[in-house]
Design a protein around this ligand. Sequence first.
Ligand code: SOE
Length: 394
Amino acid sequence: MSRRLRIAIIGTGFMGRMHAHAWRTAPRFFDLPFEPEVVVLAGSDAQRASDAASRFGIAESSDDWRAVVARDDIDAVDICTPGDTHAEIALAALDAGRHVLCEKPLANDVADADRMTDAAAAAASGGVVAMCGFSYRRTPALALARRLIEEGRVGRIRHVRAQYLQDWLTDPEAPFTWRLDRDRAGSGALGDIGAHSIDAAQWLTGSRITSVSGTLRTFVDERPVLDERVGLGGRAGAGAGAERVTVDDAAAFTASFSDGALGVFEATRMATGHRNANRIEISGDRGAVAFDFSHLNDLLFADATLPAGEQGFRRIDATEPEHPYAGAWWPAGHGLGYEHLFTHQSVDFVRAVAGEIDAHPSFAEAAGVQRVLAAVEESAASDSRSIRVEGVSS
Ligand code: SOE
């Protein structure tokens, strides 16, 4: 591994730190065509960027992402900021010929997602890679589910049941964060976590959502402000006031798929007792797969072709060397965690830059997710009327 891939991370919050960790770890466990190296970490707060950079062993920090993106010694820009800045940063980076990894959801609306997709398509002719960070695709058990579906083990798909359940907003005193501000986040549970379910459903089934009927709900419309906005968790500062919540706390929708399947989706941050239960179950005429991130190393598989006496779900521990990504890690049965998804994402990004694999999800695919989010919002605003997803034919 002689060539380096010099990366600039933009964003110092939860995702910025997660990606910094992933870039360091990826070449230590996987054989890669290039050595990724984060050379600069940029954030809106100079002190926070400098602290995070020294903690992660990154040589430089900056509070000026524009200057960073323009630097000639940067090969790739990794966007880990809130959604309202994704488009501007990605367009500048693609224009400067940098490869781009952009956190999900791709943008805060379809217009920005389309502009980013067009820019990525134009840059692709010059060998530039653009990928959106729907990290759960890189869970070995979920990647195994896709492999089984591709091999026909689930057969013709009839049902998609997806729930993404979190509970960090259950307490009405849980503090306000940018994730509750529509201008910054685009939407609430729908775009933050429901987007993962939409992406997983379309990726696993290989089919597109054609129409939706949905409802959104905000249960707590004002929350105390943190003295220091540190993202999830933390304590509200005494006397710091309150801020209006302008996004949904919960979303529910049904969906029709282009292959005829029926989908039922739920995304909420008020599912008391569920910290991060990202679940999806797909039922077909030959079998079914079921995944729950609360047990992320496991995939449940039901093989409907077995004799009646052997039917039912069985648990596959997706940590064997032949399972996706798993062979690079620990002996079978020792398990992986959330951070491994991001390491795998870094691995796939580097391989895509080297032309070894296609970058997925592409910006075009991620813009497809954005269209579904927009259709759910439109449906919810019109009494759950069925809305066709723009640009998708059934
Ligand atoms: C917060 O709800 C969050 O951090 C999401 O933004 C991530 O995409 C998800 O993986 C975990 O929860």
